[in-house]
Write a protein that binds this ligand. Sequence first.
Ligand code: ZN
Length: 279
Amino acid sequence: MDKLIITVAPTGEGAGKKDNPALPVTPAEIAEAVYDSWLAGAAVAHIHVRDDAGNPTMSTEKFSETVGMIRRKCDIVLNLTSSGDINAADDIRMAHLPLLKPDIASLDCGSMNWAYNELFINHPHFLEKLSIVMRDNGIMPEVEIFDTGMLDNAMHLVKKGLFTQPLHVQFVMGAAGGIPASIENLIYLIRQLPTGATWSAFGIGRHHIPIMAASMLLGGHVRVGFEDNIYYKKGVLASSNAQLVERAIRLAREFGRDVASAAEARAYFGLPRSLSHII
Ligand code: ZN
């Protein structure tokens, strides 16, 4: 099997410090959490940022500050969200990408009801514009799939020639309104992938462990972190993002799966050399 690539997603759009006081919110806190996770063995960091009040934002300034701090600390592969604020206009969702040129950016391949009370809109025209911005700036799309039909949207973009690399998919399982997190569903999703595609998966909240273990055993990659899960186990909050990375590494070792460094992940995805220590 390929070496396991562990992505850390230290801060999402949902949980706040009131849910877990160890959740990183400021650029300095996020950069520190990413650095600690890199030291623990994470190869990729999927980044969201918050405003000064701790609310989700797509502020280019906050991304810029956070990315600068991370690049000065380590060579972790940078994956920036394009969906960090459900109310942000399409142009704002893409504004940070040409400026910061991350290695990877997320591309959510469809719209859905979000958490039973909002709309998460990814209009087909937005997906095309976002794909072009990524292609023209050498940014690898991480295609986030919340349900089976989104894979069809991704294949449409592939057919239009908007992705230059093989498809890399992140299966998001157990989000409210999305595909339920079960190993049966994960196997079904993997079977829908085109030849040459690579994939990672995670389960939200209590589904975190079974989907992580199944992904490791089925040859995929994994994502851990407070964006998806703020608990270490039932009723016990995780003390840090790095703690969740450390557990993933222990599990991988038990399963006999070697873990990729950031440089190895970059080579695996065919990404150029790290910008770390340059900026
Ligand atoms: Zn995210």
